[in-house]
Design a protein around this ligand. Structure first.
Ligand code: ADP
Ligand code: MG
Length: 654
């Protein structure tokens, strides 16, 4: 009689799994019958014999042949040993060597046929033997990640017992299976655990990947649905006239896209659901002012906004630009890692009393001892730099939860949704009027004098120049010009009065002072590491030089270049590099051929795959057994469409 696999049954009910075995399985996280079938093999050994003539150098092979010589066993120091025997396999006379398996000597008898697996070193006519194979038959030997608690073979038998005794009560919808030619989940898992061919493994895995990603998308959508609970208390009934009057005071007209995004955000605020929106716009497209308008709207009903940014330098920058923008109309404060205890206590008091309308800060904002009176809008800049949990901790402080994430990294929608949850997206594609594309050049090291001369010309006109150099560490092996060396080069040319140095090893306060002197044009040339990468806005800067440009990815290069071209003056970017690989050269070519961030990100995706988008900080993502978000994002897209279709139908039928 078949039982269904869920609701979850403990492994103990399986035949052959007593309390001892159950405990062992538990120790590697396998508690239920369902866990057993989703414990996926991490390796396979092909037991089917192949013809050695078809093997390439270094191939892992399973072959069969006749023993031709008496095996010779040699011992070395420390008890290590080597067993050597000559065999004839498919007409080839090969030397077979087994390391540290002396007991195989008795199994290798002249004139007898044996089957073995190992690595074929074709040019030496040698096989580095791994195992003699005694099982008859075809197919695969399946290997599981078992710690050391159990042999893979034993576990495979337990899996077989599940397939013998249980039916599954979950599967992909029929329509999805037939559309994408997928197997049933049960059949797919069966092939993964008991494959007869490479094709079985591939098809089994394809279905399970799809299944995992499909379920993941459904969960995301459900979560979003829950968040969309309607409640009058989410309404921010801001004063539209007051807001319009404020917009009229801005020193420039908003671009069409800025207006559109502002409207979308304001509409969210007025609605009875909480806002969950991503504001995406290329570097320099003017996201900050859009955020500022939203903050102003919230202030018109006496509530508060917090802006969280990833670095101290950026916090200073935003603080200053908000003060410039709002004049005295908002009470603005700043909280960072260098804020003193005393200052912090004072700020928290003013936050709690509701006196502060807008606070700009770093991670310091999420600390437990920071309270708000009525925090109703949370803005995170360069939000991919924060972990899911950090964002959540700030969001949890909200009185009315409205969150706006800003990013300059144009990521394909599917990827952003998967990484950041299902959210609404507003996009600024249009640059402020009068912006000229940054003229971008590639220069070799031997041409650096020419670059310096053109910087001097810009400085003479009263403009700023950024010089980005690789990290501060000595790295002779990499043959990089490091930041100290480059600093010296510019000192020699421009003199100390004109050159500022800022790098990652400096204290925050030091960095901030250096940036200040640069911004105020006291020192128009800034030599730095990539600390300036994010968000900095010095519209007077017209020259960007990036040394060792080949070391940076396209998105970083684009971010860096985005620091110039922020006014109606013509700006320039010189990529100084002697690229050694085709790939590096290609990146530089792309940079010199376009300044459009969306186009760049597409090319980037094509060149590298989406791996980097899922880099470090995505701690909130689930772990998949078979699927890999970076590799399988195309499957993810289809899984997402299927999930949307399904939930649409469910709603129709409800
Ligand atoms: P980003 O999207 O990279 O954060 P910013 O918000 O820092 O861009 O804006 C870049 C610069 O453009 C700032 O100096 C800002 O004041 C200016 N700016 C923003 N919107 C406009 C506009 N509509 N017209 C002219 N300048 C603008
Ligand atoms: Mg910005």
């Amino acid at each position: 009689m078949y039982q269904v696999i869920t609701p979850e049954k403990p492994v103990g009910i399986l035949k052959g799994v007593g309390p001892k075995v159950a405990e062992k399985l538990m120790s590697i996280g396998i508690e239920t019958v369902n866990d057993v079938v989703f414990h996926i093999p991490n390796n396979y050994e092909n037991l089917s014999v192949m013809n050695l003539n078809d093997a390439e150098n270094n191939d892992k092979v399973t072959v069969q042949g006749t023993v031709k010589t008496e095996p010779a066993l040699a011992w070395f120091r420390g008890g290590k040993n080597r067993l050597t025997v000559f065999m004839e396999i498919d007409g080839i006379y090969v030397k077979v060597i087994f390391f540290n398996q002396p007991y195989l000597k008795d199994k290798l008898i002249i004139g007898e046929e044996v089957r073995l697996s190992g690595k074929y070193l074709k040019h030496k006519l040698e096989i580095n033997g791994q195992r003699l194979i005694f099982e008859a038959g075809e197919g695969f030997r399946v290997k599981y990640p078992m710690g050391k608690v159990m042999h893979s073979k034993t576990f495979n038998k337990i899996v077989a017992e599940v397939f013998h005794a249980f039916s599954f009560n979950y599967d992909l919808p029929e329509a999805v299976k037939s559309k994408y030619r997928l197997l049933s989940v049960r059949e797919a898992l069966r092939l993964i655990h008991f494959p007869k061919s490479q094709h079985d493994i591939k098809e089994g895995r394809r279905t399970i990947k799809f299944y995992e990603l499909f379920m993941f998308q459904l969960r995301l959508m459900e979560k979003r649905q829950e968040e969309r609970v309607r409640n009058e208390r989410y309404i921010i009934d801001y004063d539209i006239d007051e807001l319009k009057a404020f917009i009229d005071t801005l020193p420039f007209d908003l671009t069409g896209d800025q207006k559109k995004c502002t409207n979308e955000i304001c509409r969210d605020l007025k609605q009875n659901v909480s806002m969950h929106r991503l504001l995406q716009g290329d570097v320099g497209s003017g996201k900050t002012i859009v955020a500022g308008i939203a903050a102003y709207a919230v202030k018109t009903i006496g509530e508060q906004t917090a802006v969280m940014v990833p670095t101290e330098v950026l916090a200073n920058q935003h603080y200053q630009s908000f003060i410039d923008t709002f004049g005295g109309r908002l009470t603005i404060a700043k909280l960072t890692g260098t804020t003193t205890k005393k200052e912090k206590m004072e700020i928290v008091t003013r936050l709690e009393s509701g006196e502060i309308d807008l606070i700009i800060g770093t991670h310091s904002l999420i600390e437990d001892d920071v309270y708000f009176d009525r925090l109703s809008l949370i803005i995170t800049d360069e939000q991919h730099r924060f972990g899911v949990n950090q964002r959540k901790r700030l969001n949890d402080k909200a009185h009315r939860k409205n969150v706006l994430y800003m990013t300059a990294t144009p990521i394909p929608r599917t990827l952003s949704i998967t990484t950041f949850g299902d959210m609404d997206v507003s996009i600024i594609r249009e640059m402020p009027k009068g912006r000229k594309p940054v003229e971008t050049y590639w220069r070799r090291y031997e041409e650096v004098e020419e670059v310096i001369a053109s910087i001097a010309a810009e400085v003479k006109k009263g403009h700023n120049a950024y010089i980005v150099a690789p990290l501060i560490e000595e790295s002779e092996t990499l043959d990089l010009k490091n930041v100290q060396e480059i600093y010296q080069m510019f000192l020699d040319y421009f003199g100390e009065e004109q050159v500022e140095l800022v790098h990652g090893r400096m204290k925050s306060a030091e960095k901030a002072e250096g940036m200040g002197r640069f911004e105020r044009l006291e020192k128009p040339v800034l030599v730095s590491t990539t600390v300036i990468e994010v968000g900095i806005n010095v519209p007077n800067a017209t020259y960007m030089v990036i040394f060792n440009a080949e070391r940076f990815g396209l998105s970083t290069l684009h971010q860096l270049r985005g620091r110039v071209g922020r006014s109606d003056r013509q700006s320039y970017c010189a990529l100084v590099s002697d690229p050694k690989t085709e790939n590096a050269k290609q990146r530089i070519d792309i940079m010199t051929s376009t300044t459009d961030g969306f186009e760049l990100s597409e090319q980037d995706l094509e060149m590298r795959g989406p791996g980097d988008y899922f880099g470090v900080r995505q701690s909130g993502l689930p772990e998949f057994k078979v699927a890999d978000l970076a590799e399988d994002y195309r499957i993810l897209e289809h899984a997402r469409l299927s999930a949307i279709e399904l939930s649409g139908e469910m709603r129709k039928n409800a």
